[in-house]
Design a protein around this ligand. Structure first.
Ligand code: MLT
Length: 265
């Protein structure tokens, strides 16, 4: 792990391997440790894998009341400058996908490819925004334990819950370790995010869309919506996985990602 000052924040990240660069952008309220299997496997297969803790999450400290998705995308670009990566494939899961959309808009020339996992293009409706603000109040008042308890059944497929207790425990622990201030800032940033739907038709970069068959949060229809509109895209539906596809079915996730990276060469 390295910590580097990037845009006035102390950013923690892993930078492993050498070869074409792959940046992994984690979801909410998680950190870069969710990518453990991807970091290990993809770096061993000839890729340089950079996985940051996005601002306010993991070991990267929070700054201010709101972390917008564009802030996070700019942090990633600034980190790429510091570690001398000109172009990369950006892979984002859920919130990391929103960051990838912002990156694609802000820095299209720096993208070799895009991986959008368990995410969606439309912005929130009013009810979803209000639910985010309620969660912010809950986290700031009571910490992360309520969310850590309630989340695994919503984020993991029935099969994962039944057969992979280590994944359940890892997810629970990761949420519990999150800093409530940082998570609140990210949650406000997601509530404020724009609608990415209109970006899709003009996106000109090879894209892999991935989704868990059992994801109740970002269902298959959200993935099909992106796949239908992004010209150069392919869709991978992962069986026996819900929202945390990369942790629930790492072999399948990694195989799809490696295929995609291979085809970009
Ligand atoms: C995530 O996993 O990053 C979140 O579910 C994203 C969201 O709340 O929209």
């Amino acid at each position: 792990m390295v910590i580097m000052t990037v845009r006035r924040i102390e950013m923690a990240y892993d930078d492993i391997g050498s070869g074409p660069a792959l940046i992994l952008a984690h979801g909410y309220p998680f950190d870069r440790s969710m990518w453990r299997e991807q970091i290990d496997v993809l770096s061993a297969q000839g890729n340089r894998v950079v996985a940051p803790d996005l601002r306010g999450m993991g070991e990267t400290k929070a700054t201010g009341e709101i972390s917008t998705m564009a802030d996070m995308a700019r942090d990633v670009a600034a980190l790429m400058d510091r570690v001398e990566i000109e172009r990369a494939v950006i892979c984002g899961l859920s919130m990391g996908g929103y960051v990838a959309f912002e990156f694609a808009k802000l820095f299209p020339a720096r993208l070799n490819g895009l991986v959008l996992a368990g995410t969606r293009a439309p912005a929130d409706n009013e009810q979803e925004r209000q639910a985010r603000f309620q969660q912010v109040e809950q986290m700031l008042a009571n910490g992360m334990s309520g969310i850590a308890e309630a989340s695994p059944p919503k984020l993991l497929a029935p099969r994962t819950l039944a057969e992979k207790p280590e994944v359940v425990a890892r997810l629970h622990e990761m949420i519990l370790q999150s800093d409530p201030q940082g998570a609140a800032a990210a949650q406000r940033g997601m509530a404020a995010r724009r609608d990415y739907s209109d970006d899709l038709a003009s996106m000109n970069v090879p894209t892999l869309v991935m989704v868990g068959r059992d994801d109740p949060i970002r269902p298959v229809a959200d993935a099909e919506f992106m796949h239908d509109r992004i010209r150069d895209s392919r869709l991978e539906i992962i069986e026996d996985a819900a929202h945390m596809t990369n942790m629930e079915q790492p072999e399948v996730f990694n195989a799809a990602l490696l295929n995609f990276l291979h085809d970009l060469e």
